[in-house]
Design a protein around this ligand. Structure first.
Ligand code: NAP
Length: 240
């Protein structure tokens, strides 16, 4: 299996990259924006798990189309699993949404995944997998993140739209929506807000990157072959 994970230098993407290596991937592409040190740390973990790491640097927020094309151009040969995980949440209440942040949020969370799928589609092997990482904010109201919630909802629906396109080739297309996960994305508030965040889940804890990666690993495995066009809730039963 050859897998490419965007935003794999840290957080959920790193856990997915390492998890796919543990599941037997021969090659794992580790895309990142600029943090080479973190990407190299992921590469070491991927190598320790038995896969060949391939580092790809490309920002996706300024121009998602150009960024996606840069990632695709850097990828050599065929591919079995594509995980669109890179994202920023651009937290801004509705009245504060500014054009620059809005565009960056949409570029990375929606435009780049669409064009990365389009670019790599001819090299995606039959029986392959496309997984898009979205957010639980597409299921509950997210007045603190309207642009993010809208972009990720678009990404959820992109998977539904593309499932029939890739179905004839045995390729599944799904979204996985995490709840609150303990990553750098929440580092500015989770230390103080942990108990409150935990209480949102029926399991009364904050999710880990591995919790989400396990769902992606299932979809990427043979066990996930009959699941497509779906949005898989990986929020630990948040806000049920
Ligand atoms: P994270 O820890 O902040 O890591 C973000 C990853 O995306 C890094 O690899 C980073 O690369 C890359 N990235 C950031 N800005 C980028 C840009 N402009 N262009 C290209 N790549 C960029 O994030 P995370 O919490 O693991 O989140 C991963 C995904 O899960 C995102 O799509 C996020 O929206 C979604 N999600 C997260 C949570 C949560 O609570 N954490 C909840 C729901 C959904 P560098 O290291 O080079 O910066």
């Amino acid at each position: 299996m050859k897998a490419l994970v965007t935003g794999a230098s840290r957080g959920i993407g790193r856990a997915i990259a390492v998890g796919l290596a543990e599941d037997g991937a021969e090659v794992v592409g580790i895309h990142y924006a600029a943090n080479r040190e973190a990407a190299s740390a992921t590469a070491a973990l991927v190598a320790a798990a038995g896969a060949k790491p391939v580092l790809i640097e490309a920002p996706l927020d300024v121009d998602g189309v150009a960024g996606a094309r840069r990632v695709a151009a850097a990828w050599e040969g065929d591919l079995d699993v594509l995980v669109n995980n890179a994202g920023i949440n651009g937290q801004q209440a509705f009245g504060e949404v500014d054009e620059d942040t809005y565009r960056r949020v949409v570029e990375i969370n929606l435009t780049a995944p669409l064009f990365l799928i389009q670019e790599l589609a001819p090299r995606l092997n039959d029986g392959g997998r496309i997984v898009n990482i979205t957010t639980g904010y597409t299921r509950v109201a997210a007045p603190t993140h309207p642009a993010y919630a809208a972009a990720k909802a678009g990404l959820n629906n992109l998977g539904l739209a593309l499932a029939p396109v890739f179905g004839p080739r045995g390729i599944t297309v799904n979204a996985v929506m995490p709840g609150i996960i303990d990553t750098d994305m929440n580092a500015d508030w989770l230390p103080e807000g942990r108990a409150q965040a935990a209480a949102i889940s029926v399991f009364d804890r904050v999710g880990t990157a591995e919790d989400v990666a396990l769902v992606v690993r299932y979809l990427a495995s043979d066990a996930g072959r009959w699941v497509t066009g779906q949005v898989i809730d990986a929020t630990g039963g948040s806000a049920l």
